[in-house]
Design a protein. Structure first.
Length: 482
């Protein structure tokens, strides 16, 4: 069967829709209305943000259009404060695992696109998946996102098998405890299969929410050419019982201000339709150069570092309870600057070629098949730097494994849960990392970070609980979580 034919019936649901929830004209009218907000308008919005209430699009437009240096600094300060209050002093760590670069689509910006003859195509076999996972485990990884092109070779049954293979690969004290998925949009029936194998988050980036730009960068005769099939990917996941979904936009395709507003509209759509459950995380990758991909080298809408910083603070202020992922596409200096403004998850020690973990062991430089990584430091280096910056690196997977996702998770996240549960879990998983994988230098700095954190806790019962957990880990117990 022609690959496009596969979803022909499913597409009908969206072809017959009068409109979708992204209204390009409305977004621009809101941005234009607030072209020059007064500092008092900005402060009014910050007052609401301080209450940790999700902002409305017009309020976000005011922050986006703010050009006043003094109130921009107030935005950064509040974003940092909210991040600390909602997520505590912790950053969740993960690393991607590229399973296949075979792709039937032709996205102009991506090195995996079908018309690119300059990369070697490969899908990992089950043994090769275990090999990659073993290397990741030995570096200390506990969480991954599995990445696939869109190809008949990596259909949903293959994806399910690969997830099982990842979970079944164990090594001494190590294992991957949570596998998120970044793959093409799927049908409800296919998503039900994914749910059964215990995936973590189901993640699909819309790339650009701007209808016309979407058409330009995704050729019509490809599955990805269907804007609405992609736009409603998270709805179908929710319908199929996957209540942990993630959204994102690829920055550089269209005006960043429009994409930020659209991400908020997407969040509101999901919250309204699914009982208050919005996306678990938002991603905002910037386009990076890729082999034989001229589009990525001359971007009309390239986002400057300054605007990127603003974008991150604005998202933090607008959706205080949604996780925000910053990937290793960004250089270390950019990461250092923006993480305090609202980032809850980062990847580290990442390799993005198919088979990249094995290849990098032979000291081969990471390739830039799909795009070029900005931060190629080892996991150990980033863990150490995070501890030095006063944060606790977390490899925690407790919520997902205890069923605290979707509606349940939203309830928890809005309480003091993060401080009482996530912080101890973060400390336990950091301790595991320090005992099993860290260099001596990182171990010393990590232990100090744990002590510093414990010394600040006022509740002595919690201190005792954490100390007991740490003792058990030192005595050989693993995977302690609450
Ligand atoms: N094939 C699936 C899809 O397109 O949804 C998932 C895998 S795709 C490799 C994952 C993401 O990589 C895409 O959603 C896109 O946002 C991002 N990406 C593609 N080309 C990129 C580039 N040149 N620089 C940075 N990110 C890129
Ligand atoms: Fe394929 Fe995804 Fe790359 Fe598009 S972004 S070419 S769908 S791998």
């Amino acid at each position: 069967m022609n690959f496009l034919e596969k979803y022909k019936k499913d597409f009908e649901e969206y072809d017959n829709m009068e409109k979708d929830f992204i209204d390009d004209d409305l977004i621009w009218s809101q941005l234009n209305k607030w072209e020059n907000p007064k500092p008092s308008d900005v402060r009014q919005v910050l007052k609401k943000a301080e209450e940790k209430i999700r902002l409305d699009p017009e309020e976000m437009a005011i922050l986006i259009q703010n050009k006043d240096e003094e109130t921009i600094q107030e935005m950064y300060d509040l974003a940092h404060k909210l991040k600390r209050e909602v997520y505590g002093e912790r950053i969740v760590f993960f690393a991607p695992l590229y399973i296949s670069n075979k792709c039937a689509n032709n996205c102009l910006y991506c090195g995996f696109r079908t018309s690119n003859n300059h990369i070697t195509r490969k899908t990992l076999s089950m043994d090769e998946i275990s090999d990659e996972v073993n290397i990741m485990i030995n570096e200390g990884q506990k969480r991954t996102v599995l990445v696939y092109g869109e190809s008949p070779e990596t259909d949903v049954d293959f994806i399910c098998d690969s997830v099982k293979q990842v979970y079944n690969t164990k090594n001494k004290n190590g294992e991957i405890r949570r596998a998120n998925i970044n793959c093409a949009p799927l049908s409800r029936e296919e998503l039900k299969k994914l749910k059964k194998v215990g995936i973590g988050t189901f993640q699909v980036f819309q790339e650009t929410y701007h209808h016309e730009t979407y058409r330009k960068v995704h050729p019509k005769n490809t599955i990805k050419g269907n804007y609405r099939w992609r736009l409603y990917a998270q709805d179908r996941a929710q319908d199929a019982g996957i209540d942990d979904v993630a959204i994102g936009a690829l920055f550089g395709l269209y005006d960043w201000r429009f994409e930020a507003m659209a991400l908020l509209y997407h969040t509101i759509h999901l919250e309204e339709k699914y009982n208050g459950v919005g996306p678990h995380t938002i991603s905002f990758p910037r386009i990076e150069p890729a082999i034989d991909t001229p589009f990525a080298d001359s971007l009309k809408y390239a986002v400057s570092d300054g605007d990127f910083k603003k974008l991150i603070a604005i998202l933090r202020l607008s959706v205080p309870y949604t996780g925000m992922i910053l990937t290793a596409r960004e250089k270390p200096e950019v990461r250092r600057e923006v993480i305090p403004l609202g980032i809850s998850q980062i990847d580290a020690g990442s390799r993005i070629g198919v088979g990249g973990y094995r290849e990098s062991m032979g000291n081969k430089l990471p390739d830039k098949e799909q795009f070029q990584l900005g931060d190629t430091r080892a996991l150990d280096d980033v863990v150490r730097e995070t501890c030095e910056a006063g944060d606790i690196p977390s490899f925690c997977t407790a919520c997902y494994r205890a069923g605290r996702t979707g509606e349940n998770f939203m309830g928890y996240a809005k309480s003091k849960f993060v401080h009482n549960f996530c912080m101890p879990n973060a400390i336990f998983t950091l301790k595991e990392y320090l005992l099993d994988y860290a260099t001596e230098e990182t171990k010393a700095i990590g232990e100090k970070a744990i002590e510093n954190y414990i010394n600040k806790i006022e509740d002595q019962k919690q201190v005792q609980f954490i100390r007991e957990g740490l003792k058990k880990l030192e005595n050989g117990k693993r995977d302690i979580r609450i």
